[in-house]
Design a protein around this ligand. Structure first.
Ligand SMILES: CC(C)C[C@H](N)C(=O)O
Length: 429
């Protein structure tokens, strides 16, 4: 990798090693972006090993349950180790029917948050928090943060094609004949090519020059054009209808493997396209202005689980604002419109609308391959292939592709949390 071995990264590596007893591949990949990595490590350390109302074995088991929604054996493996190190009961690892009822009850929320968070209602929160030996609101907030963290982290792991750690079962193996690539041949990115987009003509869209020109033009036009609220709403609704149609998945290819199956219930419950959810006139839009992270989510999270709001806020802001003013080999570029369109596109897939934003920009700045990739990583991470990774933003550097994945991780996590926290808030008021 081309990041330099200077102090900040080295110090972060030492910290990560001391916390995790290993330097995970995922941490190494994140180190392309040291400012982000610093926030990530602090936050994860806090929610898993420091202050919080949930016992440690619960925290790691919730992580396992969350990662299993996307069949992410990489994260399941790491979290299983941690679970056992914390003295977790080995019987729980036999699967969902062997865990305490309290954790079983959380499964429905896990499932909905992972795939269709817009369905979370105050009734879900009520069911979990009432009765004997049930969830306290503080515990539930901790759980919700863990769930969102591990769902989104699974997106990152698949999106970057992170290989298994050497001590995991797929981690150290010989290359199979004819597989000349540098990884174990087991990682999702190295799976047989299954193209998102099919024709190679699409793969050649634009290029950096064209994209930069579009960004320049949009800035000029935006200054000149006055757009009404109704028109902005229409443009938002159009993003999804114009959005990348992903090919239907074959059931077999994506049904959970044997060792993961025990942590999965209702595997067929997956993401559903926003545009197909109801009548176009009554799309269940979530207006970011009505319940935003900055004005609502942040303070509620902090109140129910002290300091987590601050950690998350730092991490969201770092990911959202991260820039090196580069695009491939070009320097001094203002990339904010491009990055904003990626972030808002991710929110859009969850029905979250920022009503001061012109969604026209999403369709203009994000080429089809990029949209299809971002959509797959966000909604169906287990389906990403090496070919998908190679064919989006072809002229960009690996560090920039990882940068896009960080945005997916954070925007997705924020979207899940917004829905969950809004439901908690509704229950409490
Ligand atoms: C995702 C990338 C295009 C981001 C870009 N390299 C920047 O520094 O802002």
């Amino acid at each position: 990798m081309d990041s330099c071995w200077c102090c900040p990264v080295q110090e972060l590596y030492v910290d990560a090693f001391l916390h995790n007893n290993r330097l995970e591949h995922m941490v190494q990949v994140m180190s392309f972006h040291p400012d982000y990595l610093a926030c990530f490590l602090k936050t994860q350390q806090y929610m898993l090993r420091c202050y919080g109302p949930l016992p440690y074995d619960y925290r790691h088991f919730i992580a396992i349950m969350a990662a299993a929604r996307h069949q992410c054996s990489y994260l399941i493996g790491i979290q299983t180790n941690e679970f056992l190190l914390q003295g977790g009961d080995e019987r729980w690892l036999k699967g969902l029917s062997h865990i305490p009822k309290k954790l079983q009850d959380l499964y429905e929320l896990n499932k909905i948050m992972a795939h269709r968070p817009w369905l979370i209602s105050r009734a879900h929160i009520e069911r979990l928090t009432q009765g004997n030996d049930n969830w306290s609101i503080a515990e539930l907030t901790h759980a919700v943060v863990l769930l969102a963290h591990f769902h989104s982290l699974a997106s990152f792991v698949y999106g970057c094609g992170i290989n298994a750690e050497l001590d995991q079962s797929d981690g150290h193996s010989f290359e199979s004949p004819g597989n000349g690539g540098g990884n174990s041949g087991k990682s999702p990115l190295s799976r047989s090519p299954h193209s998102l987009t099919g024709s190679s003509a699409h793969e050649m869209e634009g290029g950096i020059e064209v994209l930069m020109e579009k960004m320049r033009r949009l800035t000029e036009e935006a200054a000149a054009e006055e757009v009404t609220q109704e028109e902005l709403l229409k443009r938002f609704e159009r993003v999804e209808t114009l959005s990348a149609e992903l090919p239907a998945a074959s059931k077999q290819a994506f049904s959970p493997k044997e060792d993961i199956l025990c942590y999965v219930d209702d595997a067929e419950f997956t993401y559903q396209d926003f545009a197909k959810r109801g009548q176009p006139t009554e799309l269940p839009t979530f207006r970011a202005q009505d319940y935003s992270w900055e004005d609502h989510g942040f303070s509620l999270a902090n109140r129910l689980y002290p300091d987590i709001g601050t950690y998350l806020d730092d991490k969201f802001n770092t990911a959202y604002n991260l820039t090196y003013f580069t695009m491939g080999d070009n320097t001094d570029v203002d990339t904010s419109s491009f990055r904003r369109s990626i972030w808002n596109y991710i929110h859009c897939m969850f029905g979250i609308r920022h009503d001061d934003y012109d969604y026209c920009e999403v369709n203009q700045l994000l080429e089809r391959n990029l949209k299809a990739y971002v959509k797959t990583v966000t909604c169906f991470p287990e389906r990403v292939t090496r070919r998908d990774y190679d064919s989006f933003m072809r002229e960009f550097k690996h560090s920039e592709k990882v940068h896009v994945n960080l945005m997916v991780l954070e925007a997705r996590m924020q979207a899940e949390l917004l829905y969950a926290l809004r439901a908690i808030n509704r229950y409490m008021t």
